[in-house]
Ligand binder design. Structure first.
Ligand SMILES: *Cc1c(COP(=O)(O)O)cnc(C)c1O
Length: 228
């Protein structure tokens, strides 16, 4: 498997861009409607920079603390890079998250909406948010219940939190398509514009079903070191 080890993240990025274009064409959608977020959790600045040099400008992190230690320096070196929070957010980190991130994909409860609204007002910074839906009604998973979605959307509006759209992480080990389709239907029902869904193993399916932001880690960077 010599080839596999010499393949760079830049090579993988090119391959993924080709697959995104092909999936968009099949879905009869403009490829530029699909935004690739490179999920860089656990990766070092050294891993990340080659992708920026290839023109990859959107990155996703799942922990505020890890992002805070890596990204301020990277953003200074590479203006125009956008940072997305894709992992669960604790209310006590909301202000730090508003200061650091350009979009937040994991808003899933009323108390967080309120806290984010206050933080945005205090910092004078409007960060577009996704409401994360627990689309498979899984006990351990983040995201609001489907039934809570209307209340959360209303609360966000009241709190001045801009909602970009809906996000989901479907259950592992089963076909993701029905869950993506359900999120797309909820999105249409509530008139939200963006859909954050699809990861390394299923982003083409997500594109077929309307994803506008896909979150890809492993397929770009290779397997993550165990632990996180
Ligand atoms: C880690 C992560 C991803 C990327 O997953 P891969 O399978 O490595 O592509 C996407 N979304 C969220 C919320 C994640 O935590």
């Amino acid at each position: 498997m010599q080839e596999a080890t010499t393949e760079t993240s830049a090579d993988r990025l090119t391959a993924i861009r080709t697959r995104i274009s092909a999936a968009a064409k099949l879905a009869r959608r403009p490829a530029q409607d699909i935004h690739l977020i490179a999920v860089s959790k656990t990766r070092s600045a050294q891993d990340i920079e080659p992708l920026i040099l290839e023109g990859q400008m959107l990155f996703g992190e799942n922990r505020v603390q890890e992002a805070a230690s890596k990204w301020p320096a990277l953003k200074e070196r590479h203006p125009g890079v956008e940072l997305h929070l894709i992992g669960q957010l604790q209310s006590n980190k909301a202000e730090e998250a508003v200061a650091l991130f350009d979009m937040i994909h994991s808003v899933d409860r009323l108390s967080l909406v309120t806290t984010l609204g206050k933080a945005m007002q205090k910092l004078g910074r409007a960060v577009p948010c996704f409401i994360q839906v627990n689309i498979g009604a899984e006990e351990q998973k983040g995201g609001c219940a489907v039934a809570e979605l209307p209340d959360l959307l209303k609360a966000a509006q009241d709190a001045g939190v801009p909602v970009a759209g809906l996000m989901c992480i479907p259950p592992a080990e089963v076909e993701a398509a029905p869950f993506f389709a359900l999120l797309a239907e909820l999105s249409a029902r509530h008139g939200s514009a963006q859909l954050s869904m699809g990861m390394s193993d299923d982003f083409e399916t997500a594109i077929m079903l309307g994803a506008t932001y896909i979150r890809v880690g492993t397929a770009l960077f290779g397997e993550r070191p165990r632990m996180m």
